[in-house]
Design a protein around this ligand. Sequence first.
Ligand code: FCB
Length: 474
Amino acid sequence: MEHSHRPDPAAAPSSDATGGGTDGAFPAGFLWGAASSAYQVEGAVDADGRGESIWDRFAHSAGATLNGDTGDVACDSYRRYREDVALLGRFNLKSYRFSIAWPRIQPDGQGPANPLGLAYYDRLVDALLEAGIRPLATLYHWDLPQALEDQGGWPNRDTAPRFADYAAQVAARLADRVQHWLIFNEPKTFTSAGYWHGAHAPGRRDPLAFLKATHTVNLAQGSAFRALKAQSSTLQVSSAFDVAPMFPASSSYADLAAAERWHRFQNLWFVHPALHGRYPAGVLPAEQQEALLGWRSGDERIVRAPFDFLGLNYYTPSLVSHAPLGNGVPGLRVNVQWGKAPGATATTDIGWDVQPAGFYDIVMRMAYEVGSLPIEITENGAAYNAGPGADGLVHDPQRIGYLREHLRELARATRDGAPVRAYHCWSLLDNFEWARGYSQRFGLVHVDFNGQGARIIKDSGHWFAGVAARNRVD
Ligand code: FCB
């Protein structure tokens, strides 16, 4: 079918009308950066009193990850973080998105902070600030302390106050130097992959536990928001939401309605409660919603988190169709082909369809959803697995192509009024790609996981450095 998201060239604004040009220029002051997360890069899982996380437990379970890969060593960034910071500097980047490992701060998920764990993030933050790079700290990028999973994990409502306590302790130490915070990374993905589909830690397959987990995460998001602001009201706080345009698989009305339900569930489930104190309507059966989520009177206040900006991750769209028999979650009745785009002709090595126009679409849609909140792109990038060639260099023209096309669409969104102020490429380094282990390489920098973790800047890294320097994509 035809999809209206394709830009109509005749309707394209002229460069004069918008001031930004139609040529890939970004607004003055736009912030260029790169992103990573603790379990994917740090390694050093036993260092300095770190506790076990659900990803340690999961990755060490038979058959959970490709080739049995684990994050035990990863990029060894816990020891080599100075090299990482130097790479950011070489790429002219002014923002680094990293995450803090909860089990380094509270090895058992509760109690006083482990000073050695905090000290690592002190060192990292200080190194960034010395290099003139803004730290953007994520409080939770999927590494729940295993001790809390043993007490029920995210489906257990008690995990929310535990998380707020952790947030308060981290803020008490770092908020004097870290102004910008993301509470959760991709709440919809870690709750669904962890508790519904079981492909990620902790590997549970229970749709009802998954729904409860989503509500605990919303409670935790609101509580952590207030914990951060209590430390300093000037902090800028959001989460990183993974969003995607949900295209109907056909032009039937049933598929259109299913795509809209899925948009609300996947793109808004953790945004609406934060901004409005309630869940988006029309997703779960209204009369069952409270029971399914474990909603209690007063939760409308707890889930509130009036964000200062909106963090968005985008990789690929989905195709959605109506599923009369349902998919395990009461009332949802959708069938989803994740990573599939209408009319896509290319996929990345991880198998996700490439659809740059979908980036424009979802940024514009989310800008409408949240009003005038500034937007930061907290992740975007592609898996292409080329390694060093005979010349010892890594030639990855496909990643350059992916990034160029997506950045052109992002520039177009800014011209059309989306208040986007930052872009973080996923990822600085090749790293541990969750259940796919080390098989999928998203980095601007190649990492030799079989040797000593040596880093080689890829062609795309050099290219991205030029984009950041010129504030423009060719
Ligand atoms: C996102 C995750 C990130 C990384 C990229 C490829 O869903 O937030 O950790 O795995 O996908």
